[in-house]
Write a protein that binds this ligand. Sequence first.
Ligand code: SAH
Length: 207
Amino acid sequence: MSHENLFEGMKGRVDEMVLQAMMKVNRELFVPNACKSLAYADMPLPIGHGQTISAPHMVAIMVQLLDLREGMKVLDIGAGSGYHAAVMAQLVGSTGYIYSVEIIPELVKMAGENLKAAGIENVTVVQGDGSLGLPEYAPYDRINVAASAPEVPKPLMDQLAKGGKMAVPVGSYYQELVLVTKEDGSTTQRLMAVAFVPLVGRFGHEG
Ligand code: SAH
């Protein structure tokens, strides 16, 4: 399996812009040494501390849902390896920015190192409880959550800009990927069944 093979099946199914962004990010740089040989398989992989890097098709689905544009400010919850943030960073470009929050200190360090090795400069990884969002830089044009919440965390809703979109898996054993669009009110679309690690923290499964 090579980097090119991985994207063969996505051609024609995933937006060209999203595909281009994913092709620019070498997933091998975000996968631990023990599973480098599987870096281009379309499956989640362990990254330590009981966490996983999402499967590429899931990153493609979520990134496409968010409809990212140049210059957008994005909040990413659950940096993990930093891969998902790296793909989003391509789409917002040098005028955009990604703030990626991770609760496990070792993964904060790892994500930072991976992003540096990949030469990505428009992402900052912040340690903290992402279920509380990151009020310092709010509001955000887009919010991406890569861990499953019991319900859409209120602080994230509050920190989403008007006209903004948020992709968030909701549930515990049975989870659904939810797309929230915030207008005067907000609309919530339940899209598909998914399997993410749990969001912990105050508005997560431990709160
Ligand atoms: N987006 C990642 C994969 C995320 S796995 C990637 O591309 O590799 C989900 C991550 O969410 C894990 O690293 C986990 O530690 C983190 N997490 C869980 N609850 C969290 C919380 N409340 N705040 C921040 N990060 C959280």
